[in-house]
Design a binder for this molecule. Structure first.
Ligand SMILES: NC(=O)C1=CN([C@@H]2O[C@H](COP(=O)(O)OP(=O)(O)OC[C@H]3O[C@@H](n4cnc5c(N)ncnc54)[C@H](O)[C@@H]3O)[C@@H](O)[C@H]2O)C=CC1
Ligand SMILES: O=C(O)C(=O)Cc1ccc(O)cc1
Length: 363
């Protein structure tokens, strides 16, 4: 039996643990600073065993996965460095930044095999209740081995993580932070900035709120993510964030000038160039995009409608990953949130439910 100890029973820790569930040689122990979260994880079958003290899990573990916000991850490594870990234990993490974590692992735990990890799929949702077994399927799983990492250790870790069905990419921690800074970290600053701009307008003209549906909600979706997690990410990728921020400010100054000068041609090229680059991005591979494909269905007030919806989906062989009644309003019995594994499933579900005259929307 291989004891796998997962620290942090949130979206990512929970999803990883679920992905490892089908290997009967793994015994999954879980710990979270919030006992409620650990209990919930146990009740949902996300882990095999609850641990109430970090040390109890750490000293029994063959593999330790730290799945906490990145600032906490370094504090946990400090704690682990004072414990009697098993000889040969493999330590990994799932943090969105890698440089400071890898550096601190080398400093704090020089005789432990640490291999940084970052599964590049997730959501703006958090907590173990949002965990999904298939979250990382086809997503990139970035690993940051160093010169100290042996081939055997890397293979052992990959053999465990391959149950996620993710695709591994190895790169060094600095390059990781530079690339992910552009595709994930910096866009979060922009998204939050746009929402704050809306907020300022709300103070003078609240009509803007009703108009902020559609495109605005699409590009600011990631601003709904956990502020603790994103605070830590920005601080731990500080140099890259400052560099990108300077570049961005220069670019924005340039665009302001084009608008001031009514430079039609250059403004056109600004948009045309962006469209061309965006259309050239990979379609199928999943990067840092939402792994939750939700549909919302207004459920009219008549008996048996929930089973009708699930029947229609089953009849069409559409796999549901979650179903939940979200709210009850006067005119309808409730709103059903249906979650699917892929965009294809969601599109198919929308079509078949609309054929049955259900009222469908996406958010
Ligand atoms: N949410 C996402 O889309 C992705 C997140 N990540 C990374 O994964 C890590 C975890 O993120 P999520 O699972 O989304 O967050 P989450 O908020 O769902 O879960 C984090 C969990 O860590 C627990 N925790 C906090 N301090 C702790 C401590 N001292 N000891 C034990 N547990 C503690 C919290 O109670 C919480 O349950 C972060 O480092 C994040 O950067 C990586 C890929 C995607
Ligand atoms: O791009 C995003 O914000 C996401 O929706 C999911 C996500 C968040 C954090 C990561 O480190 C990787 C993926």
């Amino acid at each position: 039996m291989t004891n796998i100890f997962i620290i942090g029973m949130g979206l990512i820790g929970g999803s990883l643990s679920l992905a490892l569930k089908n290997d009967s040689t793994f015994h999954r122990l879980g710990y979270d600073i919030s006992e409620d979260e650990t209990n919930m994880a146990h009740q949902l079958g996300v882990i095999d065993e609850r641990v109430t003290r970090l040390q109890d899990g750490a000293e029994r573990a063959d593999v330790i996965i730290i799945a906490t916000p990145v600032g906490v991850t370094i504090k946990i490594m400090e704690q682990l460095s004072t414990m009697a870990l098993k000889k040969g234990v493999i330590l990994t993490d799932v943090g969105s930044t890698k440089r400071t974590i890898v550096e601190q692992a080398e400093r704090l735990l020089p005789s432990v095999c640490f291999i940084g990890g970052h599964p590049m799929a997730g959501s703006h949702k958090s907590g173990v209740t949002a965990a999904q077994e298939h979250l990382f399927e086809n997503a990139f799983y970035l690993l940051t081995p160093t010169a100290e990492t042996s081939r055997d250790e890397l293979i052992s870790l990959k053999n465990i993580l391959k149950l996620t069905k993710a695709r591994f990419i190895e790169l060094d921690a600095k390059r990781h932070d530079r690339l992910v800074g552009v595709v994930s970290h910096f866009p979060h600053i922009v998204a939050a900035g746009l929402v704050h701009q809306l907020e300022k307008m709300q103070a003078t003209d609240d009509q803007v709120t009703a108009l902020a549906a559609g495109g605005f909600k699409d590009i600011t979706r990631i601003a709904s993510a956990s502020p603790i997690m994103w605070r830590d990410i920005l601080v731990h990728n500080k140099e890259e964030m400052i560099r990108l921020m300077n570049e961005w400010q220069q670019d924005m100054d340039g665009i302001r000038e084009l608008i001031e000068n009514e430079d039609h041609e250059s403004i056109y090229h600004f948009f045309a160039g962006a469209r061309q680059v965006r259309e050239g991005l990979p379609q199928k591979s999943r990067g840092a995009i939402p792994a939750f494909y939700d549909l919302y269905v207004d459920v009219p007030d008549h008996l048996g409608v929930v089973s009708d919806v699930t029947y229609v989906l089953a009849e069409n062989k559409i796999h549901l990953t979650n179903i939940r009644i979200l709210e009850a309003r006067e005119d309808i019995m409730g709103v059903l949130r249906l979650s699917f594994r892929s965009e294809e499933d969601r599109t198919h579900a929308r079509t078949v439910l609309m054929e049955r005259h259900y009222q469908i929307y996406e958010q």
